[in-house]
Every structure is written in C-alpha cells, then in structure tokens.
Ligand binder design. Structure first.
Ligand code: ADP
Length: 354
C-alpha cells in the first residue's frame, strides 16, 4: 500500500517550515516540461492564510467557518475546493490545519485503490484533525462509498471474513475534517459532493495579485525583481500562482546565468521567450493545441479525445491543464459537437507569437 508521509501542522504561532517540506511535489502546471524543484515549492508556499494573496471571498468563508468551529470546540465541517491546477487548493488545505492547530494527513484519489487502503488514514485520525484528499474525483467508486459513513457519522463498516462467515465490524472514528480538492467538480458524484458542508471554487488570479505574489516570493528568495519584470511575468502566467512562481524561478536562473542576478524586464522577456512562452502566457503545449485544432481539424468542432490523440498527450492533461485557460481567454469554445477555435485563436496564430 502506498502512503504519503504524514505532516504535522505547526501551532498557530509557529512559522517554522517544519512539515511543509513533506508536501508532495506538485505537477508543473504547463511549464513546457520543466519541473519545479520541490524545495522551492516548499519555500514559496504560504504558511498561513494571511500570507495568501487573492481569493478573498473564499478566505472570508473559511475564516468564518474556522472561527465558529474554534468557538464551539468542534471540528471544521468538510470542505471541497475545486478549480484548475495551481490556484491554491493544496495551499488552503495546508494552511487551514495550521490555523486550527491540528494534525493533517495527505493522500490523493488515484493512490487509494481499495477501501482497505483508506482504513489506516481514518483510524489514525485524531479529534479535529484534517484528512486532505487531492484529486478526489479520481477515487474509485468503492473507496468513495466507503467514505460516506466516515464523513457523515464518523463511522466505518469493515467486513471481516468471507461468505457465510463474514461479519461486519463497526468502527467509530474520531470526528475529523475531510478537505477534498478537485480540478473537475463535475465528475464528483452527488452523494459525495453533498457531504461537503463548504464548497468553494478557486478562480484565476488578477495580474496585480500575481505581481504581489511574485514580489513576496522575490523577497523570500532574496532576488531583486524589477517592477516591470514582475508585471511581465504576471502577464504571462495564465492567472495561476504556480505558473507565475515557476516562470519566475526560471527567469531568476536566467538572470543569474546571463547577468548579475537582478531580474530586469529585458532579461525576463528573453528568458520567457527561450522557454517558448508567448506574450499572452501560452506555452508550446497551449499553442500546439490551438495549431492542431486549426490546422488538422480546420478550427473544429473536434472532440478532445481526437485532439489528444493527434497531439499524443492524454485527454485528461488537455482538459485539466490546457483547456481551462484557453476557454477562459476565449481562444476556444466548447460546443455540443466539440471544441472550436475562435477568431481570436486564428488571429493569435497568424501573428506567429514566439
Ligand atoms: P493546487 O493545489 O490548486 O494545484 P497549490 O496550492 O499547490 O495549487 O499552489 C501552487 C503554488 O502556488 C503554491 O506552492 C504556492 O506557492 C502558490 N500559491 C497558490 N495560491 C497562492 C496564494 N493565494 N497566494 C500565494 N501563493 C499561492
């Protein structure tokens, strides 16, 4: 059985990095194949909700829920975060237990293959502690169903033995909080979705929020980042903090290698161009998607599976990491008959951004 390492949330007053370094490294979220170094991820990830930028509506809801739970001395209700990758779902899930002063255990949907693999996570829970399940939409159905009574009644039913000798053992659990994260809220079954008391959608970040995140991270990393360079990186970060951070780390390396380490606008532009990131923030994979849709499928309509086959990537990658931003930026529309490129996409490719 595969288990990810347990992390302890430090006390609310403790700003140490302990535990944070145990977080599973996240996927690069469309950085043209460059993986982010996981130590940087640990350094840059906000430790407290107050250190997080943007998502004010979500923060307000979470603060109220935490405040009430603390006053009642009860565990927080189950929380579901949904939204495209890299927008802060895991960050919320690690900051919340730290604010509450409780333990957190982390796993993810695809890792949990059978209900029995869920049992150690559930029986190890302490009163009020948090179990975080990333990619919860990928839980196999039997595991999902096993969670229903755990979430609702803090109880699990374990079947011992087989056939006529089978017995059911009811196991009472400590009251706990399940935090689920998903990039596909629509794929969650209604019974699972309805068991989350709080459901929050994380949207893309505004450019000024990304600039603020970059400025804070430049301080953390002790890098001099010029304001116009920060603006340029933010503009090309597809509204996503993880992408902004990864692109910033690349630009920092570029500036160190080519110059004295100060990140200027000119260096930022050169570094991003070298990575194939264009002026609107699309990377090579995004543009390949648009090119495939336009050249091979005459602009569509085309099914995502067909596009994925032509590009030799998985349809999941396209749906999770590529399409959300292209849809939001109106380069692509989804119709009942498939994906279609918009006039804006034709225009973009004609301009030949590099
Ligand atoms: P998700 O779980 O939604 O894929 P993460 O929570 O792992 O995304 O966020 C990716 C990275 O982006 C984090 O390591 C963190 O550095 C940064 N980040 C995300 N949200 C915020 C935020 N609101 N403020 C500052 N940094 C953020």
């Amino acid at each position: 059985m595969v288990r990810e390492r347990k992390i302890m949330a430090s006390s609310p007053d403790d700003d140490s990095d302990e535990g944070e370094n145990n977080l599973p490294a996240k996927s690069p979220g469309g950085l043209g194949g460059m993986l982010p170094p996981s130590e940087n991820d640990a350094v840059l990830r906000p430790k407290r909700i107050a250190d997080m930028v943007g998502q004010q509506d979500v923060m307000d809801v979470i603060q109220i829920a935490m405040d009430a739970a603390k006053k009642r001395n009860e565990p927080l209700g189950h929380i579901l975060f949904d939204g495209p990758p890299g927008l802060g779902k895991t960050t919320f899930a690690t900051c919340i237990p730290r604010e509450m002063g409780v333990k957190v255990d982390m796993t993810s949907g695809p890792v949990l293959k059978a209900p029995k693999e869920m049992i150690p996570y559930l029986t190890n829970l302490e009163h009020g502690s948090v179990l975080f399940i990333d990619e919860i939409h990928r839980l196999p159905k039997p595991v999902e169903e096993f969670l229903y009574t755990a979430m609702e009644d803090f109880r699990i039913d374990i079947i011992l033995g087989e056939g006529v000798n089978a017995r059911t053992l009811n196991l009472q659990l400590q009251p706990f909080t399940l935090i689920g994260a998903t990039t596909r809220a629509g794929m969650l079954s209604a019974p699972l979705r309805d068991r989350f008391l709080i459901r929050q959608h994380l949207g893309y970040y505004a450019a000024d929020e990304l600039i603020e995140i970059l400025a804070r991270n430049a301080k953390k990393l002790n890098v001099q980042l010029n304001e116009d360079a920060a603006q340029e990186i933010a503009k090309r970060a597809r509204g996503t903090p993880r992408i902004a951070n990864n692109r910033f780390l690349w630009v920092r390396d570029f500036a160190m290698s080519k110059s004295d380490g100060r990140v200027t606008l000119d260096l930022a532009k050169r570094a991003l161009a070298m990575m194939g990131i264009d002026e609107v923030g699309l990377d090579r994979q995004d543009r390949r998607y648009l090119e495939t849709l336009i050249r091979v499928f005459n602009g569509g309509p085309a099914g995502v599976e067909a596009i994925a086959h032509t590009m030799s990537v998985s349809a999941d990658t396209l749906e999770d990491e590529v399409e959300p931003f292209l849809l939001r930026s109106e380069y692509v529309i989804r119709t009942q008959r498939g994906r279609c490129a918009t006039a804006k996409a034709f225009e973009l490719l004609k301009m030949g951004y590099q």
